[in-house]
Design a protein around this ligand. Sequence first.
Ligand code: ARG
Length: 270
Amino acid sequence: MARWRNLLAVAAAAVTAATMGAIASPAAAAPPDPGGGVVSPQVVGGTRATQGEFPFMVRLSMGCGGALYSSRLVLTAAHCVGATGANTSITATLGVVDLQSSSGRIQVRSNYVYRAPGYNGNGKDWALIRLDTPVTTLPTLRIATTSAYDTGTFTIAGWGSASEGGSQQRYLLKATVPFVSDTTCNSRTMYNGSVIASDEICAGYTQGGVDTCQGDSGGPMFRRDNANAWIQVGIVSWGAGCARPNKPGVYSQVSYFASNIASAAASLGG
Ligand code: ARG
């Protein structure tokens, strides 16, 4: 039920964001409100990322996030895209934390979308977008191919709402969230069995306050690997509201899909 309600909210958010285009609207351009709310107003509970801190971050024009998987491919969420096939309707913005900055900003159009086979709104929430022009000046984000990194503290980042129901952000926000086990995440007080243990991974604080939110979908959740390099462990997928107590963020578990993602990438030309 929580999942169903959330997906409806996502669809609405995506439509709204699509009308905004790749560049943030005036509303989204408003500086983060430091007001006295319970939740601090960034990614929900985050702070601004510095220019170049997460150079693999991608903003997609339908109002989602993504990560640069290869020079031609962006890894995002299935619920952010339409069916598999030729698609020139998406604009990817890369290379900047400020979506309105003209210096260093790269904007590239899509030419193909590959949505996870069998995606039906329940799990399998991953997709690849092929860019019309390769982006060779930015580093890619490696995906976890084993579950070894599916624990610990994760970094989340995105241009989505900084509070539940809030506007999209002009500046990239970041935060860290702890891993939540499937058992805990599926407990009665949390998602009561609606998390797919095999292909989803939860992260957040029991008390809430820090989370991804609408518009962050498709973006990466990542951490450092043993060589201190960033490695992607999750894709922002869903949650009940944002940053609520006992409602962690739910992410596609990248390690579970890693070989499927790699084969799909190869079929798209790498
Ligand atoms: N599905 C949302 C989107 O389209 C992201 C939801 C993440 N929610 C959360 N509480 N972590 O942007």
